[in-house]
Design a protein around this ligand. Structure first.
Ligand code: 5AD
Ligand code: SF4
Length: 371
């Protein structure tokens, strides 16, 4: 007979996952936490975060450089089928200038994000990455969707350090319904290719997608663990009126926080952002996430004129604060929580170890030797 997962005592599940269990029944029980259990889950995740990645919060400046997209994801306002969206594309010079501004403001890393824009050539994107690497000390993350292996390789050669490609949902049937003509297996294979090419990889998923059960969230969290991701973005689904899911209910902030907390327990060393979507559905969403396992914030540095056009979901891009004020607000919030702002680019520790290995191998084989 199948045991009802809610019959596992909460304390047992919390202790087990905190000690490394990835058992579905334990994870499921944590996602069902309610009342006093919530505070206990967030507290244990917060302690795990402090012990493994410390108190520093990494700030990544995100530059949404193109809202063009060839895909038609059912939930996203940027889908090609949404003809009501004003599309824009930044010039390479604008992107590089924005990255340089980010560095002047004190950011140590940038995220270059767009829809799957075939009008922005990979060659140009590689030039942009090279320019940023040449003129700044920023760590560079790219998030431009599913591309070919050779294109990923070109980006890596150009100097990109990280690649974000959320798996969105770990349920293959739900994935196929939301992304007609695409398969979850290809997404997972892409993440593995990116890892093989030496990228720090980021995945993530949405909470509250129509048709998603708690067991799907359990699968989402276990997939992050199996892929051993360096970064994971977990945010609530927010219904966009100009999409087929426009009338659906949006995801729940508290359930999202529980997923972040469990992700911290499963992946102690990962970089977990307090996502923009969470900050959109809950006023204090970022602060709450930072106290439930998160250690990253991604302020939006997209030039103001375009910010509201990157309308993945309603409410996105409504913060039209000047970059300097925006940064000051984030720093104030982080400081008020007793945390600090990280001064380093925030590379994943495992990746740094690996790079050292690659470096010393290359050094050795160059005949120069190491002592
Ligand atoms: N609600 C919340 N997140 C969304 N995304 C896209 N559409 C939505 C939505 N309606 C997220 C996806 C995607 C990223 C670009 O934005 O996770 O990976
Ligand atoms: Fe395009 Fe990404 Fe939106 Fe899908 S989620 S429509 S790939 S921008």
């Amino acid at each position: 007979m199948k045991t009802d997962a809610s019959s596992v005592p909460f304390d047992v599940a919390l202790e087990a996952v905190n000690a490394g269990s990835t058992s579905p029944k334990h994870i499921r029980r944590l996602l069902l936490a309610a009342g006093d259990e919530l505070a206990a889950l967030f507290e244990v995740a917060d302690v795990k975060r402090r012990q493994s990645v410390g108190d520093a919060v990494h700030l990544r400046a995100i530059i949404e450089f193109s809202s063009h997209c060839v895909r038609n994801c059912s939930y996203c306002g940027l889908r090609v089928g949404n003809k009501r969206l004003a599309r824009y594309r930044l010039s390479p010079e604008e992107i590089v200038a924005t990255a340089q501004e980010a560095e002047r403001l004190g950011y140590r890393s940038v995220v270059l994000q767009s829809g799957e824009d075939m009008g922005f050539s990979m060659e140009t994107l590689c030039d942009v990455v090279r320019e940023i690497r040449c003129h700044t000390d920023l760590a560079v993350t790219v998030s431009v969707g599913e591309r070919s292996y050779s294109e990923y390789a070109l980006l890596r050669q150009a100097g990109a350090h990280r690649y974000l490609l959320k798996h969105e949902t770990a349920d293959p049937q739900l994935y196929a319904r939301l992304h007609v003509g695409h398969r979850l297996a290809d997404r997972i294979a892409a993440l593995k290719s990116l890892r093989d090419l030496g990228f720090q990889i980021g995945s993530g998923f949405m909470v509250g997608l129509p048709g998603q059960s708690v067991d799907v969230l359990v699968a989402d969290l276990r997939l992050l663990h199996r892929l051993d991701v360096d970064m994971a973005g977990i945010g609530p689904f927010i219904a966009h009126p100009d999409t087929p899911l426009g009338q659906a209910a949006s995801g729940d902030a508290q359930l999202t926080l529980k997923c972040v907390a469990v992700a911290r327990l499963l992946l102690p060393y990962a970089h977990l952002p307090a996502t923009t979507a969470l900050g959109t559905v809950a006023v204090d969403g970022w602060a709450a996430a930072l106290q439930a396992g998160a250690n990253v914030i991604m302020p939006n540095l997209t030039p103001k004129a375009y910010r509201s056009s990157y309308a993945i979901y309603p409410g996105k891009g409504r913060n039209l604060e000047e970059p300097q004020r925006q940064r000051a607000q984030v720093v104030r919030m982080v400081t008020a929580l007793g945390r600090t702002v990280a001064q380093d680019p925030g590379h994943s520790l495992r990746w740094m170890e690996k790079s050292k290995e690659v470096f010393s191998d290359a050094y050795r084989s160059s005949g120069m030797g190491v002592s």
